[in-house]
Design a protein. Sequence first.
Length: 465
Amino acid sequence: MKKKLIVAVIALFILTFSFAAAPKQANAIPAFAQKYHFSCAVCHTVFPNLNPFGRAFWRNGFRLPDTNGTPADATQITQGLSLPNPWPVPIMIEPAIQYQHYTNENVSPQTDGFSAGADIVAAGAFKLYTPFANSVSFYVHYGDSPLAQKQVVASINGIGSGFGIAPNLLNLKIGQVTTASPYFYRQAPFYLVGDGPVQNGQGLAVGNDGESGALIHARNAGLDIYGTPGYHLWYKVTVTNDAGASAVNANANGASNAMEYSYQLREIAPISAGQLEFGYYGATIAEPMGGAAGYTNRILVNGFDADLANNIYEVGAMYMTQNDSHPYGNPSVASTPITLRGAVVGNTASSNGYSTFELYGRYLFPKLFLGNGVMLSVDYAQYSWNHKDLQEGFNGNTAACPANGNLYQSGVYNNNAGCLNEGIKDAFDVSVWLNLAYNAHLYVEYFATNKSQDNSLGTGLDFAF
């Protein structure tokens, strides 16, 4: 496998150098519609990170300030890879290929290999000549590439603006909307390894619940109401289907689907160092649990985050908690003890949950390599259980098994004792993005955890036509 990795890296390096060294006119291709005559750098100092202007453009429904959108305004902001398009609805084809190497294939069912695919991406805005709303925006990203987001959403902007309501106060999105999260109209990182250390992507499931961290930053069918009563403070409320609880456990208490509600407040304030964003986000669901006597497991998520960004760097921190009221059994019937290595650590009526803490940073070099932009991205996340021993006991760990068995993301390996996977508690991710041209990007990522068997290295190329 090492030989295959070396060959793949050499091939990508040759292709990278040929792109980077080829003569080209910088910023020759506008990122918006031809009407605006803007370059990619207006929204992306270095792809894929959105700068403060790019975030504001996204929040405004792919419209420039003080515009409502017309066919000529149809924007081509999609991931900053947009090309000139003569049609009123811009459409982009985005193929991608990547190679991923796993550190230890001897204990992992996953093997090194390539993945490839292509996406269709489109976005824009159109003016409405009605007092009920001033414009309609749309965003489509669908396909099977390694970077696919698989989202189709439409937004009715400026509801009631013709009746004196502030044009940004009330907007409605329908489709596969994104639930509340720290990524409020700013680019979430791309990862080769699942969702990476952020986005609560470690897959933690408390007891019988099937959420596994899927309440926050999830794309589910539903609706989203958002807006701002002023320039700085924004709100967001979503009502969506629940995607996380679709996984049913092997026992009789498996979770079933329900409606999810999420909510968010965010302050966006320009300061001398850049754009400061901070706020609260949360979600809740009354998860129906199966079995002969059904009951409800109320899940509550609360999170806080802060982010500072400008055209050169971005730094931030997030803290989130998830609490399940009755993840282990029906509270209306007699509880039974939960033991761990012979000691009682709780019972089936106990509650439990976990918290996550994450730090991240991005640094942008607009013309570092042969005049091309480079972005360095670093993320670290840590996961902590409220009652670690209770979850261990529920998992059925015995004296022969190590502590923390299966408490975090299920690892891709089995330990020597044949016990449950110990998984990941701490995760670290570093990636480098090189903009080879206005429509070609190379990325390299290394994912490290407290379990070296789960570490991996990957690289890939992303194009747009």
